[in-house]
Design a binder for this molecule. Structure first.
Ligand code: NAD
Length: 253
């Protein structure tokens, strides 16, 4: 059991990558807070885990500071501390640059960039207070590093929010290093989740993606969970401020 009795918070753990990350930690003995705006999805994750005694569902809108403070306070009061935070909750909107409305711009940046800031800040204060050599892992994307477009346009607000999160991770890593807290990013390529389901139903889009992925398959949520687990292990304590690409080799080119 690699994470026996470690306390982990996973945001957006009611679906896709977040669910796989939560289930991985639970299989390895951790106590996991399943934080999601979608309680039904969060409860399904608990059911799938078959380890309800190791879980706590906290309904959280990660864009609201009061919700984030409640999420961390409930974690500490229920499980006695906090070792690992995974900022996974994220959204994408497929509007082009010329179509994006102000509300949509704000929503994408609130969920993908402001929320990881809020969660990391509240979690780090708790870790420092308890002298915990904690881990913060942010889920970014290959789209934090490059433009991905099969149609002549991309999702500029998704790119800028994930690109911002990539640099925010490095900035936080610098400040938290003296406290023994590491901060890293995991950058997935395309993963089979509800997030990508519609696109992957289109054979032309799927073919376009597979032509760019040297390993020749779409990622599974477990591929992402395995990378997150590596960055949370004691053996990776000298790794901070970096990005682990889990993209089947897409960014080799
Ligand atoms: N699926 C991919 O191909 C892919 C690729 C690169 C990066 N990512 C990233 O992985 C992460 C997870 O994506 P996924 O594919 O599992 O998506 P998903 O849509 O399956 O799951 C996202 C989860 O986040 C939750 N969420 C959304 N807004 C929230 C909020 N305000 N507060 C709390 N929870 C909220 C949703 O309810 C959902 O359970 C995201 O950050 C995404 O950008 C996904």
């Amino acid at each position: 059991m690699k994470f026996q009795d470690k306390v982990v918070v996973v945001t957006g753990a009611g679906s896709g990558n977040g669910r796989a990350i939560a289930l991985h930690f639970l299989r390895e003995g951790a106590k996991v807070v399943i934080a999601d705006i979608n309680v039904e999805g969060a409860n399904q994750t608990v059911e799938l885990s078959q380890k309800p005694e190791q879980t706590l569902v906290v309904k959280t809108n990660v864009t609201k500071k009061a919700d984030v403070e409640n999420m961390i306070a409930q974690t500490v009061s229920h499980f006695g501390g906090l070792d690992i935070l995974v900022n996974n909750a994220g959204i994408v909107k497929f509007s082009t640059f010329l179509e994006i409305e102000e509300d949509e711009w704000d929503l994408v940046h609130d969920v993908n960039l402001k929320a990881p800031f809020l969660c990391a800040q509240v979690a780090a204060k708790e870790m420092i207070k308890a002298k915990t050599r904690g881990r913060i892992i942010n889920i970014t994307s290959v789209e934090a590093h490059r433009i991905v477009s099969s149609s002549g346009h991309c999702q500029p607000h998704y790119n800028s929010s994930k690109g911002g999160l990539n640099l925010l991770s490095k900035a936080i890593a610098l400040e938290l290093a003296p406290h023994g807290i590491t901060v890293n990013s995991v950058a997935p390529g395309v993963v089979e989740t509800p997030f990508t389901a519609k696109g992957l139903e289109n054979p032309e889009i799927k073919k376009w993606i597979l032509e760019r992925v040297p390993v020749g398959r779409i990622a599974t949520p477990d591929d992402i969970a395995n990378a997150v687990a590596f960055l949370a292990m004691p053996e990776s304590e000298y790794v901070t401020g970096t990005t682990l690409f889990v993209d089947g080799g897409w960014t080799i080119y």
